[in-house]
Design a protein around this ligand. Structure first.
Ligand code: FE2
Length: 284
């Protein structure tokens, strides 16, 4: 095996962040780094991100990429913070799926943010089946829309980092009710991931520990094929079950701050005192 995978769990959002390292060179990538956000006080902090930065320094790694699997709705990304904090000693790139332009376009209008919707400030927008080197290794990109239009998975050796597509087999799959989401598209994306070799290791983005079971973030394509609780019936049944379940779900607690920050790769709003907004829904 030419890479190592180290996971960091962010308790607040039940998110796994991954640091993948090329063993021969020490070149590394980070996938889905989370920031901490206290909504009542509007305080943004970086406990998990700082742990990852300390790990990079302690192991003398060279960070080359900060990757997002999608614009998350449940936590703010620490990607821009880490890029800024590591500075010129680690001139890494920010990358995400090319569908981010669609997400930027929709949400910049909703939140009235004056910003270009061309994918900036990300450095690289990924299309399906593209490949990028880090050290002597490479990562491949699979576009997997459904949860969001910009969702991608990253393939590295026999590992796939699935973002919000699959959850652990006992938890099923991700919701599809955000703008631009589609249960039909997610089903097709899930099949695309399931077509990988059965020994491929799937690394989860989230684990919500149903029925209090032990935290878990790793499974295989074979296990998902056989036991995922959402995929043991037809495509039509999946879509109907997914859509009816999504209709019962409430908005993620950090939806508004997370999306406003994440369409900018976690960069702060430009105002002297940065502001985030909450569009009102009024029920009369
Ligand atoms: Fe998500």
């Amino acid at each position: 095996m030419s890479v190592s995978v180290t996971s960091f769990f962010h308790q607040q959002s039940a998110t796994f962040c991954y640091l993948v390292c090329c063993l021969n060179t020490g070149s590394a990538i980070i996938i889905d780094p989370p920031a901490d956000f206290d909504a009542p006080s509007g305080t943004l902090s970086f406990t998990t991100a700082n742990k990852i930065i300390d790990y990079i320094h302690a192991n003398k790694l060279k960070l080359e990429w900060l990757l997002e699997t999608h614009a998350h709705a449940d936590h703010i990304t620490a990607a821009s913070y880490i890029k800024h904090k590591l500075g010129s000693t680690h001139p890494c790139k920010l990358g995400t799926g090319a569908g981010i332009t669609q997400v930027q376009d929709y949400f910049s209008q909703l939140y009235q943010i004056d910003m270009p919707c061309d994918g900036s400030p990300f450095d690289e927008l990924f299309n399906d089946n593209s490949h990028y080197p880090f050290g002597e290794c490479q990562f491949g990109v699979l576009t997997t829309p459904g949860h969001t239009p910009d969702s991608v998975c990253y393939l590295i050796d026999d590992n796939v980092f699935v973002g919000d597509t699959f959850f652990m087999p006992d938890s099923g799959t991700a919701r599809c009710d955000f703008p631009g989401g589609s249960a039909k598209k997610l089903y097709e994306s899930l099949q695309k991931i399931l077509s990988l070799p059965e020994y491929t290791i799937m690394w989860m983005c989230h684990d919500y520990q149903p029925n209090g079971r032990k935290l878990a973030n790793k499974t295989t394509v074979a296990e998902q094929r056989l036991t995922n609780v959402h995929l043991q019936s037809s495509k039509q049944a999946y879509i109907e079950t997914r859509e009816s379940r999504d209709a019962t779900l409430s908005a993620p607690k950090l939806l508004h701050p997370a999306i406003q920050m994440n369409i900018r790769a976690g960069a702060l709003p430009k105002e002297l005192t940065p502001q985030l907004t909450i569009p009102l829904t009024v029920l009369l």
